[in-house]
Design a protein around this ligand. Sequence first.
Ligand code: VG1
Ligand code: CO
Length: 560
Amino acid sequence: LIIKEIETKVYQGQKPGTSGLRKRVVEFQQENYLDNFVQSIFNALPSEQVKGSLFVVGGDGRYFNKDAIQVIFKIAAANGVRKILVGQNGLLSTPAISSLVRSKQALGAILLTASHNPGGPKGDFGIKYNISNGGPAPESITNAIYQQTLSIKTIVKAENVEVRDLSKIGVYEWDGFSIEIVDSIDCYLTLMKDIFNFSQLRQLISDKRFTLKFDAMSGVTGVYAKRILSQELGLSIDNLINCEPSEDFNNGHPDPNLTYAPLLVDMMNKGLFDMGCASDGDGDRNMILGNKFFLNPSDSVAVIAANYKSIPYFQKTGLKGLARSMPTSAALEHVAKSLQVPFFEVPTGWKFFGNLMDAGQLSICGEESFGTGSDHIREKDGLWAVLCWLQILADRNQTQLSNPNDKLVSLQDIVREHWEKFGRNYYSRYDYEEVDAKGADEMMKSLLQQIQSKSLIGRKFHQDVYEIVECDDFEYFDPIDKSVSSHQGLRIKFSDGSRIIYRLSGTGSSGATIRIYFDKYDKVSLLNDPQQHLKDLIHIALDLSKLQQYTGRNEPNVIT
Ligand code: VG1
Ligand code: CO
């Protein structure tokens, strides 16, 4: 190895957000910008751990992915890493990386993705460090990396390490360092076969009474969908859309929601398929739709949990506990109560679930932001969620599938039955993307002040139907490592249990994004339109925050 030491200067602002460091590509293209961050990761880790270690590297295939991988190779080699596993063509979904780290017992992984943010030369790039459990590094480590970025002076690089062609599976060796290009899917597929009953899934997918459409939004999941849904489970290739990974997501916004997946949403609204699914750029998110039916992610995780016995993996492991992020609807709590399993509420971001899983206290968890997962890995997992739903459907329809004249129980039938049993949490999230950061900060400050002064308590709205009984600035005490995470969102709670939550996004790359979440439980009227049902609560939220006044925005860009 020819190792060179390079002098560098500090870049301000390399602080990882909700899920890694995300910036515009042009920022990453500045001299040593990426290099500084990568070197800072190694500087933050104990050097005796790094020496001789194994790392996993891969990304969602967005623009700058391939250049970044070469930089990581060089810096990792010079810092004493023994071996790197990299996905073929540099591609690995976030869940696949998590599964590789765990099964190969790597020290950690470097993930190259800005997830659901747009890509391309004018779009975003991102980098995230995962630890040996396969999950995102906790705040103690991301903070340590950030501290390193503020004092970095030199970078070390092995100049002669380079594998320009990442298309062929194989091993490349230098003295004391090697790079192995691995199949992007194999390890993940083995895991999925262990979790689900593939022959049952195959039977459902091949049945004429059930039609499925999958949209990879030109992100990395396309390669997984082709192999798993099509080759392994027999879904016709015609039912896969946007399954070629593209550097700019085919000029799209790889965020699976009602706004950015219009093609799929339109087909499902027309009733063309029984189930429609989409995943985000790096494959950890999922949107699942029924025939003319939107499955709210907060309901999705609750229904999966309630039906855990349909899934072979949970038959083996049992249900250790359930958890959701704070702004996610309370639907999952009703399931935890009924099944009498422990329940946890953590801040937004998957990194907060890892400790509970490692401690054997958590099996299934989810976020309202189209993130669902379990302790099979330490990241949320888009394709896993799709397979869960297929498994639940296949299990529920065992009799029907063998009687060709029976009508199949549909996805929405299962959700409606769930509401009948547990009640329904009407839920919505409003996103105001790229608003002026100053206005957003001032709005949050004014809300915080109202909360801290307790002046909101006792206030009544809409003919006194709604009364505020509690409000706070959410703080999380991790029961496992005892760490404290403050300022995780502003919560307002009403006498009927309804909640309004305000947060600023931590994944954007310019301006600010305000998120407002609405949650209202109902046991009696189950089939209303959520926007209609939540109208008053939404009104109160906009009123209290004076959002329009602070931001000049009349409407959110995305409504979930
Ligand atoms: C958003 C979501 C959060 C999710 C995060 C990462 O964060 O709200 O639930 O964990 O994205 O998802 P924020 O701070 O913008 O609200 V992904 O798919 O970008 O790794
Ligand atoms: Co993602």
